[in-house]
Design a protein around this ligand. Sequence first.
Ligand SMILES: [Fe+2]
Ligand SMILES: [Fe+2]
Length: 269
Amino acid sequence: MRSLLDAARECLDATGIDAKIALTQRHAAAFLRGESAVPADAPPADPIGMPGRPSRPALVHPRHLPRRGFGSSEGRAAFVHSIAHIEFNAVDLAWDAVYRFRGMPGEYYADWVRIADDEARHFTLLRGRLQALGHDYGDFDAHNGLWEMCEKTAHDGLDRMALVPRVLEARGLDVTPGMISRLRALGDDDTAGILEVILREEVAHVAAGSRWFRWHCERRGIDPVTKFRALLAEYARAVLHGPFNIEARAAAGFSDDELAALMDAAAAA
Ligand SMILES: [Fe+2]
Ligand SMILES: [Fe+2]
């Protein structure tokens, strides 16, 4: 039996675009066939650092990313690139959720391996679209905000579940429907179709975040709403923006009180 933790580490460490995606698909398939598992005697995780990544895209401060409209073909390609970058990062975020947090139930690891596999597919769809637009992943600058939140929450699986899937990934649920409408209006049905697949599948990713956030809260006797409010205030002031997609977030496991907490935190930001 292979160690799932070694598999996760190998995917995190991979620097090439094709290598990270191919390893992710191979290791996820092997896990789903029952060929790898988390060893009972696993040593503690290595401290978190930057995952392996290609030399391009260059990572810059979000302030230095040019704002482009959808209208020009260059603007459209830059937009597809920005979403592809999120998906490429999401592969690492999912593998880090597998690798970093030890002693979780088997379903936890199964959730995050399946999510890593989904993210690799999302990235591949978007990269194909980017190539059809005459570009490739790496052609535009990008930012490192997703991984930074991963680092800030590396010390605690509860904080990670609250802030990475339930704040950062969930942001996609809020903004994607509007993007799909704008792309359809421009006649870009190819990109819109890909975003529809992603939106549908991301609900399940955020729901996994909700499930495991609650699991941690229950085990520690913590009230999830009070804790979620406190974590939003501590970590998420700069990244919370309404309006929120109430329907998708409810489907992804947000209670009414948590939705209220989000709206209060966004209003206070
Ligand atoms: Fe995704
Ligand atoms: Fe996701």
